[in-house]
Every structure is written in structure tokens, then in C-alpha cells.
Design a protein around this ligand. Sequence first.
Ligand code: GDP
Ligand code: MG
Length: 322
Amino acid sequence: MNDLADRVMGGELRALSRLLSLLERGEPAAAPAMERLDPQTGRAYTVGITGPPGVGKSTLVDRLTEHLRQLGLSVGILAVDPTSPFTGGALLGDRIRMQRHYLDAGVFIRSVATRGQSGGLPRIVKSMVRLLDAAGKDVVLVETVGVGQTELGIMGVADTVIVTMMPESGDAIQTLKAGVMEIADLYVINKADRDGANRMAAAVTAMLHMSDRSDGWNPPVLLTQAHANAGIAELWDSVGQHRSFLNDTGGLERRRLERRRQEFLESVQEEIYRRITRRLAADARLNQLLADIDGKQAEPYAAALGLLADEGLELLGGPAAL
Ligand SMILES: Nc1nc2c(ncn2[C@@H]2O[C@H](COP(=O)(O)OP(=O)(O)O)[C@@H](O)[C@H]2O)c(=O)[nH]1
Ligand SMILES: [Mg+2]
């Protein structure tokens, strides 16, 4: 496995792909390689681009990538679609949108299927970002479809979060729930070629005036036309300003430390879940407990706490099952 890590550091794309696949499948075999790569991380700058389907996130990523390449920066792209276990369609669209970069050795693109994992953005995306970082990418762009919890999850992976909207999605302002406003470092109104873009920008700006960010950053509201490559350089300049702000205030360090801790805690949670579901098939006591829950001899919440308190480690397979 350390061999795999060395090949990633040596710039071998097949090794990088393979390690990403191991992470994607939740294979513990990825851990030794990640351990070896970890000291190499911390150099890449990660930008999250979230928003509803169809607003132009992939087109923005494509244009930003073009801009970054002109600046001489290497780019890693993760296109994550956690909305459905059947993500083929959306990801195919992303591929087409970013096709021209597939031949560029300075760009690495990966679609991430999250197989219907519930909750926020899955832990593996954090690990994948660190992997692309260790592989030497200067900038990592993470595109996620923003729906409910996943939208908030992007904060857990990105140094700068761009929330994307477009005119005509009239309810978009309403969906700017308090949580989203707290995570958005930059607002982009894409499709500014359409009616209502200025009105929408004004409405978002007005909302921003009513809420104070706890970290003191004032998120800018930008207009872009991704398909026409308009506003892209300005967008990247704004990312740079936010990056400087984070550097000056210690916010970057704080975000990154928080992210590492979250990745650890989520990994613990994930691993316990993985072990327990695997054992459901095999363990007679666990099956009896399930039958008791079915038959109301056991109450689900109390039974779960009892299980973990009394015989959790043993049932989870203990340290030997790692
Ligand atoms: N009119 C207009 N269309 C755009 C613009 N940017 C992207 N699009 C189109 O919007 C559609 C959805 O774009 P896509 O990048 O796949 O959106 P995503 O689902 O958010 O990733 C595509 O047909 C794009 O060509 C823009 O600035 N103006
Ligand atoms: Mg897309």
C-alpha cells in the first residue's frame, strides 16, 4: 500500500485513480496509503461550488479550470452528486461539460458516486480532497449539488464555498436558509444574461445586510455568464480575497483543523456502521435482537444503547476485525 502512496506522489495517474476507488468503496485498505500521504497535504487550496441542479456549476468549474490553467496552476476536480443513488445522468452531463480538460495532464477530474449515503456530504469526499492535495494539485474544485444537508456539508471540505444561483429560480432567495447563509463565502448569480439577474443580486445583498457573519467576512455577490466565460477572472479574484482574509484572521487554519477532526469522527461513525451491517448477516445474537425489535420485545433506541454499552466492541468484531 505504501507503494501505492509513493506512486501517487510520483505523479502516477493510475495509482491516484486506484486509491480514489478504494476510498470510494470504503475499503480500509486505503488507510495505510492515506497515512503515508498525509504529511504531503496542506498545500492545495480547496474551493466548493454548490447550488441547485442546472444553475451552471459544471460550466463554472470548466471555465474556472481554464482560467487556473492559464495562471499555470494544476487543478483537481471532484464532481459529487449525492442526490440519488442513480447519478449516471448528471455525472455524464458533467463529463461532457468538462471534456476538453481530459487531455490536459494538469487537470484531474473525478466523478464521485456516493451511493445514496444519507446525511451530509460523505466523509470520503474529505479524504479524496486530501488525496488530490497530496498528489500535488494546486487547486481542488469540488462541485456538489446543493440540496438540504449536502449543501451544508460542503463547508466541511472547502476553504472557500461558492453558492451558485440563477435568475428565474424565484424561490432561491427563500431557500437561502440561515444555515446556507452561514456557509456561503461568495454568492454567484450565474446566467446573468437572463432577465432578473441584477434584481436577484440586489435581493441577496439586502439579505446579507440583515445578517452578521460570525467570522466578520462580508460575502460578495457576483454576476457570471459561465457559458460565455464572463465574470470568471473576477470570481477567481474574489476567491483570492477570501483566501487572504482567512490567512490574515487565522480562519484557514481553524477551518482545516475542524475538517480533520470531522473526518476522524465521521470515519469512526462510518466504520461502526459498516461493521454492524456486515455482522447483521452473520451474528445470531444480533439477529435475535432485530427479531425482538420487530416483535416489540425491544425498543429501537434503548436496544441500540444497550447493545453498545454491553457488548458493542465484541459484536462489532473487536480490534481484530480491522
Ligand atoms: N444562458 C446561460 N446558460 C448557461 C450559463 N452557464 C451555463 N449555462 C447552461 O446551463 C445548463 C446547465 O449547466 P451545468 O453547468 O450542467 O449546470 P449544473 O447542473 O449546475 O452543473 C447547460 O446547458 C449550460 O450550457 C449562462 O451563464 N447562461
Ligand atoms: Mg453539474
